[in-house]
Design a protein around this ligand. Structure first.
Ligand SMILES: NC(=O)c1ccc[n+]([C@@H]2O[C@H](COP(=O)([O-])OP(=O)(O)OC[C@H]3O[C@@H](n4cnc5c(N)ncnc54)[C@H](O)[C@@H]3O)[C@@H](O)[C@H]2O)c1
Length: 260
């Protein structure tokens, strides 16, 4: 059984129905947090809640689009009404798109990616910060990417721009929130074969995809893609008291693929 570093804390994890968010939600629950699983995918969000329950964790789901101001406000109000407060926000919901070169990105696709990957992070932080400030404590973890530190291997320029924006947003808000005892950090995952990541290769024959994955893994110093648990462990640390003196930082989780 995991150490209960987050006993009784209320954690809102966006985009937690699958992939990195789901593993993170599970880990926070294992460590004692009451987890609100946000996503657009109702069935998968319910399945995540059931998985947490089956592991003796506490969770419930809230379906909302993080890019929609009213839905985000209503979600945060629902969380505080049902669970009493919010202690932890993990802004994980994100869209990936492989469209490239930049001149082939439609304005619609550009705006949708910005809306979810950047505006969503802004809206969720804006809604949660007043609650954390009143408590004079709290943790926010924003999921950026190696793309935001350098450039994306498989996504387009819009994705790289979004993830770089998340890093700037994180640093700025970390500075504003620090006097209130709130820590705001980012993580920058490298390559993970999640459902969302694999969808970028939709339609590609399995053996071709397997060849690409094998070749990419060989380029990584630790010789493997990350597992969702690698991200979950880092986020749990950033949400725990053990990271009390870390704020405005970006934790790279990339097997040494990008060393800064
Ligand atoms: N997979 C990777 O290699 C990788 C690498 C670096 C960073 N990331 C980032 O990690 C995060 C999670 O990625 P993943 O690989 O688990 O992706 P994923 O597509 O498997 O999961 C993302 C989840 O977010 C949800 N979501 C999408 N738009 C939403 C919205 N508007 N409101 C609420 N929920 C929404 C989706 O339904 C999905 O369940 C993303 O921010 C992604 O950009 C992923």
């Amino acid at each position: 059984m995991s150490e209960q570093r987050l006993a009784g804390r209320v954690a809102l994890v966006t985009g937690a129905a699958r992939g990195l968010g789901r593993a993170t939600a599970l880990q926070l629950a294992r460590e004692g947090a009451i987890v609100v699983v946000n996503d657009l995918r109702r069935e998968l969000a319910l399945a995540a809640v059931q998985e947490i329950g089956a592991a003796d964790g506490r969770a419930w789901s809230h379906i909302a689009d993080v890019s929609d101001e009213d839905q985000v406000e209503a979600m945060v109000a629902a969380v505080t009404e049902r669970s009493g407060t919010i202690d932890i926000l993990v802004n994980n919901a994100g869209l990936m798109r492989s469209t490239r070169p930049v001149e082939s990105i439609s304005l619609d696709e550009w705006q949708r990616l910005l809306a979810v990957n950047v505006t969503g992070v802004f809206l969720c932080m804006r809604a949660v910060l007043p609650i954390l400030k009143k408590k004079r404590s709290g943790r926010i973890v924003n999921v950026s990417s190696s793309a935001g530190r350098s450039m994306s291997t498989f996504n387009g320029a819009h994705y790289t721009a979004c993830k770089a924006a998340v890093l700037g947003l994180t640093r700025h808000v970390a500075n504003e929130a620090a006097p209130y005892g709130i820590n705001v950090n980012a993580i920058a995952p490298g390559s993970f074969a999640t459902e969302g990541g694999l969808e970028l290769f939709g339609g590609m024959p399995q053996e071709v995809l397997a060849g690409i994955i094998e070749a990419e893994q060989k380029k990584i110093p630790l010789r493997r893609f990350g597992s969702p648990q690698d991200v979950a462990n880092a986020v749990a640390f950033l949400c725990s008291d053990e990271s009390a003196y870390i704020t405005g930082a970006t934790i790279d989780i990339n097997g040494g693929d990008l060393m800064m």
